[in-house]
Design a protein around this ligand. Structure first.
Ligand code: ZN
Length: 111
């Protein structure tokens, strides 16, 4: 999702484009933006979280995903419903949205 136009695009990730470990994202029209210019908060899970059965859900009743449930590499929390809306979503850590894990209740202080 581009902040400037609000449109969803299929884009290409360019490692170290803006310097070491700073990704650039190239859009079909040739525009290259930094990741912090591309990512808004639309994929992130919405607080507060709560437990339904064994699943952590967010304020919009979506299950909550995280890149790595052990939290070692990336601890960002995403809305499963929102991630599912864009099969090409990639976290800034490089984790593909479709490969994210359901977050465990203990990680959210819900156990
Ligand atoms: Zn991540």
């Amino acid at each position: 999702m581009r902040k400037d136009t609000g449109e969803a695009w299929h884009a290409e990730w360019l490692d170290d484009y803006f310097g070491r470990h700073v990704y650039g994202v190239r859009f079909p029209d040739g525009t290259v933006l930094r990741t912090d210019e591309v990512h808004d908060r639309t994929f992130e899970a919405v607080m507060p979280f709560r437990l339904i059965g064994q699943f952590v859900v967010d304020a919009e009743n979506s299950r909550v995903l995280t890149c790595f449930d052990d939290g070692e590499d990336c601890d960002r929390r995403y809305s499963e419903d929102r991630v599912n809306d864009d099969p090409h979503f990639i976290c800034e850590c490089g984790r593909l949205g479709q490969r994210m894990e359901e977050i465990s209740p203990s990680r959210c202080g819900l156990e």
